[in-house]
Write a protein that binds this ligand. Structure first.
Ligand SMILES: C[S@@+](CC[C@H](N)C(=O)[O-])C[C@H]1O[C@@H](n2cnc3c(N)ncnc32)[C@H](O)[C@@H]1O
Length: 309
């Protein structure tokens, strides 16, 4: 059975600078690699709340019998509401974005263009929207926009033309492999190590799970929730995710940028509420050689130093 090797485990745990009796949140439990390490760093008064959208991840989490640990089946976009029910503010929040290895490796989840399955791609099995709905019902304009925006696919128009033609001539596209073949035939052949379906599958996965929108929603809510001196560590896996995180940090750092030549007293300038505790980190070459799924990871860490007014 496929398992998940946690990415940048030591780096993320060090970045959180865990307080033994603190309250921590792991927004993306997955198979619990990071959660278990956080628990090791807590004493008996410490607490960890983990979230995941995926029912398989929840099943795994329920095996952890530890009174300091709690799991909720929820999207992290609901963090603000989830935390309203808690008495404490978190000392640290971790997000290890994207999908887990079991999600990719279990054919029936429909995330892989190499494994034959229904076009599903839902992280949360209780939601309605699947990749099949999008591929078979979106207009050509909407599909092209999706492939550009979420896949940065330069052959978006060619791919969509083939999808629409297939839909008109043969009917529904139901299987992952069927879609991968349509894409393969649509794009010019290059000597590339990447499968031509990579970007389309990425775009569909992002849309089905509203991955980028949910990151945009959680970042301000998580930052607001943190205690002063609380830290947030975020691991992302592609540039679309990282761009959102980078921009979020940038806006927090530029709280009160006063244009030059405007006469203003130093004390009238609002200090940024955030500190970037370290530069963006990437996995070591040793980690990448042992786990190639780590290769695109980026870790960014911030600390909250002021409450915003
Ligand atoms: C990369 S894996 C996390 C792996 C985990 N850190 C570990 O070591 O096992 C990402 C997990 O986050 C979950 N996930 C992704 N987006 C989510 C969201 N918006 N809300 C809750 N869980 C989410 C996925 O279902 C997946 O299980």
């Amino acid at each position: 059975m496929s398992t998940h090797v946690p990415v940048m485990l030591n780096e993320a745990i060090n970045a959180l600078a865990i307080i033994p009796n603190g309250f921590y949140i792991d927004c993306t439990f997955g198979r619990g690699g990071h959660s278990k390490e956080i628990l090791k760093n807590l004493n008996e008064d410490g607490r960890l709340l983990a979230l995941d959208k995926d029912l398989e991840a929840i099943k795994e989490a329920e095996k952890i019998k530890d009174k300091r640990f709690e799991i909720e089946h929820a999207s992290f976009k609901n963090l603000k509401n989830i935390l309203k029910k808690k008495l404490q503010k978190p000392d640290g929040i971790l997000m290890d974005l994207g999908i887990s290895s079991p999600q990719i490796d279990q054919a029936e989840r429909g995330f892989s263009f190499q494994l034959d399955a229904n076009l599903d791609m839902r992280m949360n099995q209780s939601q309605k929207l699947t990749a099949s709905e999008i591929v078979n019902n979106y207009s050509d304009d909407d599909l092209v926009k999706l492939l550009y925006d979420y896949g940065e696919e330069r052959f978006a128009k060619k791919i969509v033309k083939s999808i629409i033609q297939y839909r008109e001539e043969k009917g529904k596209i139901s299987r992952t492999i069927e879609l991968a073949e349509i894409i393969n035939k649509a794009v010019p052949k290059f000597d590339s190590s990447k499968n031509p379906a990579t970007k389309t599958f990425q775009a569909l996965r992002i849309k089905v799970n509203e991955e980028l929108l949910e990151i945009k929603e959680v970042l301000p809510a998580a930052f607001e929730a943190l205690k002063i001196n609380g830290r947030m560590a975020i691991i992302s896996f592609h540039s679309l995710e990282d761009r959102i995180i980078k921009n979020f940090i940038k806006t927090k750092l530029n709280t009160d940028k006063v244009p030059k030549k405007i006469p203003i007293l130093q004390r009238q300038i609002k200090s940024p509420p955030i500190k970037v505790t370290q530069k963006m980190q990437t996995p070591s070459s040793i980690e990448i050689s042992k786990n190639k799924r780590a290769r695109s990871a980026k870790l960014r860490v911030i600390e909250k130093i002021l409450e915003e007014r």
